[in-house]
Design a binder for this molecule. Structure first.
Ligand code: GAP
Length: 421
């Protein structure tokens, strides 16, 4: 099996990612996150919010509606320009993104039609009267919800330029060719910062460079291998309709270097189109915007791929403890010895009152339990054995080194918190 097949199998088997609506044959480009997947995604969003909002004093958050007045998408240029080039095979009629295929159909070898522009916005119909429903769109980027609330945020808070608005939420694109597990989905989550600055090339360039390195550091600090990360500047011909300048942070995935996150200089494109301005002592002007736009699903997928390690007969997900779905697992050495189970249960509840989430496992033998926890990235396993009943201490095993140390129960929670960071 290649890496993507192994990751796909692992994520399904252990409850990270399931094909959407699977019992009805699935639905292309839609995915469901299971018990471990939701923890991983929440941890990613928490770590992002911590670094982009809580660790700063110049960024506030918001959460806009997914469906907006369709005039928003006219003004933002998306109804016109949010397109990918589409070609159709003349023989089998399968459709592809023109920039992702060579000259002939990969499915049957047939020739293609001329490329035409295909709009990615997903239409929805709102209203109760059949003939009089309003056509609206599921948002194609979460961004516009921030721009249309620019004045609301300025008027309701103490923000002063330069400042940012952060948001995390679902976006929808009618992608021509979804694929590579969740990499290109039709429903996905974005985490974005719109950072508003005074107009001008110099300030924009400096801010752009600042956010490029801040965002690259974030991925590195959470453990993505440096060699698997790079910047790639967009050619003039590939930039989105709103961008004056664009750089992607790319990841070296098993299917090639791929976009992780986009950093864009949107200039005054959006606020001008929405006829919004900002006033301070110096007068009234239209701020420029530097944007950082990452995907929660891509981040989850690339962290899973990057942390996937095979060591002899084991699979270990070497996820950063902040991202690991379970932080700790607690086991009684033997499941059929009541005093061991009771003691382990007591310790499980004690740890769980301070650290979340904690797994409980009493199935199979200890080796199998370690194996099962390594495979989902649990940083520490605690075993309660017969000595624990005498000396009130437990064995703590480290996922990455497999080293074990004895820790007394009264120091256990502090010991783990310290290691987990
Ligand atoms: N507001 C700017 C914007 O939306 P983008 O480069 O089109 O920029 C930003 O998207 C990020 O959203 C991407 O880097 C990626 O992480 C994520 N993303 C975009 N399309 C996606 C898709 N079809 N499936 C999963 N993630 C996607």
């Amino acid at each position: 099996m290649d890496t993507m097949e192994k990751i796909t199998a692992l994520t399904k088997r252990r409850g990270f990612i399931f094909p959407g609506s699977e019992i009805y044959g699935g639905f292309g480009g839609f995915w469901d996150y299971g018990p471990l997947g939701v923890e991983l995604k929440n941890n990613i969003k928490k770590a992002w919010w911590q670094s982009m909002v809580y660790d700063r004093d110049d960024v506030v958050g918001m959460d806009a509606a997914i469906v907006m007045n369709p005039k928003v998408w006219e003004a933002s240029g998306h109804t016109q320009a949010f397109t990918d080039p589409l070609v159709e095979c003349k023989a089998c009629h399968h459709r592809f993104r023109a920039d992702k295929v060579k000259d002939v159909c990969p499915d049957c070898g047939g020739t293609f039609t001329e490329a035409k522009k295909f709009n990615l916005l997903t239409e929805v119909y709102i209203g109760t009267v059949e003939d009089n429903k309003t056509k609206a769109y599921l948002r194609g980027e979460i961004t516009q919800g921030v721009f249309v609330n620019f004045a609301n945020v300025v008027n309701s808070t103490r923000v002063k330029i330069p400042f940012g608005i952060a948001q995390v939420g679902k976006a929808f694109r009618n992608e021509i060719t979804p694929g590579n597990l969740t990499f290109r989905s039709r429903e996905f989550e974005q985490m974005e910062l719109e950072y508003f600055i005074k107009p001008g090339e110099k300030e924009a360039q400096e801010t752009f460079e600042y956010w490029k390195s801040a965002r690259m550091n974030w991925y590195e600090d959470l453990g993505i291998k440096k060699d698997n990360l790079r910047f790639r500047k967009h050619e003039d011909t590939e930039r989105a309709h709103y961008a004056k300048d664009a750089v992607d942070i790319e990841y070296q995935a098993p299917f090639g270097w791929s976009e992780f996150e986009g950093i864009h200089n949107r200039g005054d494109y959006d606020l001008t189109n929405h006829k919004l301005t900002y006033k301070d002592e110096a007068g009234e002007f239209t701020p420029w915007v530097i944007e950082t736009s990452g995907g929660v699903d891509r981040t989850a997928l690339f962290f899973l791929i990057d942390s996937y390690t095979e060591s002899e007969d084991r699979v270990i997900l070497k996820l950063h403890p902040k991202l690991a779905p379970y932080k700790v697992a607690v086991f009684p050495l033997l499941a059929n010895k009541e005093e061991l189970v009771n003691k382990a249960r007591e310790i499980f509840l004690k740890v769980k009152s301070q650290i979340n989430p904690v797994a409980w496992d009493a199935r199979g033998n200890i080796g199998k339990r370690y194996f099962a926890q390594d495979e989902i990235g649990t940083p520490f396993c605690i075993t309660v054995d017969f000595d624990s009943l005498e000396d009130d201490s437990v064995t703590v095993r480290d996922r990455d080194s497999a080293e074990q140390e004895r820790v007394s129960v009264d120091k256990l929670t502090g010991f783990l918190q310290n290691k987990l960071g």
